[in-house]
Write a protein that binds this ligand. Structure first.
Ligand code: SF4
Length: 334
């Protein structure tokens, strides 16, 4: 399948009071239609900024995002003019983290779901909008009897369903889910993830699923990108990444995920120190101060995201060597 999206060399810098913070540095990856790309990392790693640059809620500082529209046009999404943007914006929607704050408390649920139709199809009749909004509410499992109520009358899981219906009512191709289930209880998380998967199959949606929670990402993603301090350090099929991480940071992140079966729990790998200040990142490999495998070269040379023999991408000078011999702390490390 051809790619539906190609992110190439994306950078985002924020400057405030003379201080520049590199929130996203040189991130590249491809997305095929109908697949889910998970983006993981600790808070502050740049994953939300990356998502926002991709939907153009933020303007990227550098880079390209090639997007294939439903009509088959291929364009650099970051460079299209306002008119074109309005036309294609509806094809790329976002579902937010907090269903409590992203819904207007003064609007009925029906009006909330209809809002994107009003904004994008001003000539559509009220009857057609009502019919489309009700059909979408039903598809996401909301009771059509309750659509004249206000968001506060709904539980967290139902509010996230409202957010999903609002994003889907204008029939997008790509959905960026930013911590879309993080505010929900674990049992409700599973229901919403199952709903997202069912909708994906039915509507042929492509997801970019941003989350700090690896166990959530594992359940929904086809491929996973791991971010650290604004850079992507590993990008691999989900199965490969979870079974055999290649980057030392991925290894440490995975070791911290609790698993139900204690016999397969990895030994927890404590990271050294804290996440560095993104306004003043370390030289060389951004991870070197916390890495158990750091060698001299890592302190001066930034490793590029490079294709490994199994096809995954990894940004580590020692990735091939560590993958071959397995991760064991070595005496040569600094
Ligand atoms: Fe660790 Fe060096 Fe690899 Fe960075 S490049 S992750 S410091 S071994």
């Amino acid at each position: 399948k051809e790619n539906i999206m190609e992110v190439k060399g994306l950078h985002k810098r924020f400057t405030s009071k003379g201080i520049t913070v590199k929130a996203v540095t040189d991130v590249s990856f491809d997305v095929k239609p109908g697949e889910t790309i998970g983006i993981v990392g600790e808070s502050g790693c740049g994953k939300t900024t990356l998502g926002r640059c991709i939907v153009r809620a933020y303007d990227a500082s550098e880079g390209e995002v090639f997007y294939r529209t439903r009509a088959g046009e291929e364009l650099d999404f970051l460079k299209v003019d306002k008119k074109k943007m309005k036309e294609i914006r509806k094809e790329i929607q976002m579902i937010f983290q907090d269903p409590y704050s992203s819904l207007d408390p003064r609007m009925t649920v029906l009006d909330i779901i209809k809002e994107p139709l009003k904004a994008n199809y001003p000539k559509m009749s009220k009857a057609e909008m009502d019919q489309k909004a009700k059909a979408m509410a039903e598809k996401v499992g909301l009771n059509p009897m309750y659509l004249m109520r206000y968001p506060h009358a709904f539980s967290g899981g139902q509010r996230q369903r409202i957010g999903i219906a609002r994003a889907l009512v204008i029939e997008p191709q790509i959905i960026v889910c930013d911590e879309a289930v993080s505010a929900l209880d674990v049992s409700i998380q599973a229901q919403v993830i199952n709903l997202l998967r069912d909708l994906q199959k039915e509507l042929n949606l492509t997801y970019l699923f941003i989350s700090h929670d690896l166990s959530v990402v594992e359940h929904i993603s086809d491929k996973v990108g791991v971010m650290y301090l604004g850079r992507m350090v590993e990008f691999a099929p989900a199965e490969d990444l979870f079974e055999k991480p290649m980057h030392p940071y991925t290894e440490a992140l995975l070791s911290a995920v609790p698993v139900a079966d204690p016999t397969i729990q990895m030994e927890r790998i404590p990271l050294k120190g804290e996440i560095p200040n993104p306004a003043n990142p370390p030289s060389g490999c951004y991870f070197h101060e916390r890495c158990h495998y750091c060698i001299d070269k890592c302190t001066t040379d930034a490793p590029a995201l490079t294709e490994m023999p199994d096809g995954r991408l990894c940004a580590c000078h020692r990735a091939k060597e560590l993958a071959l011999r397995g991760f064991t702390y070595d005496e040569g490390a600094k």
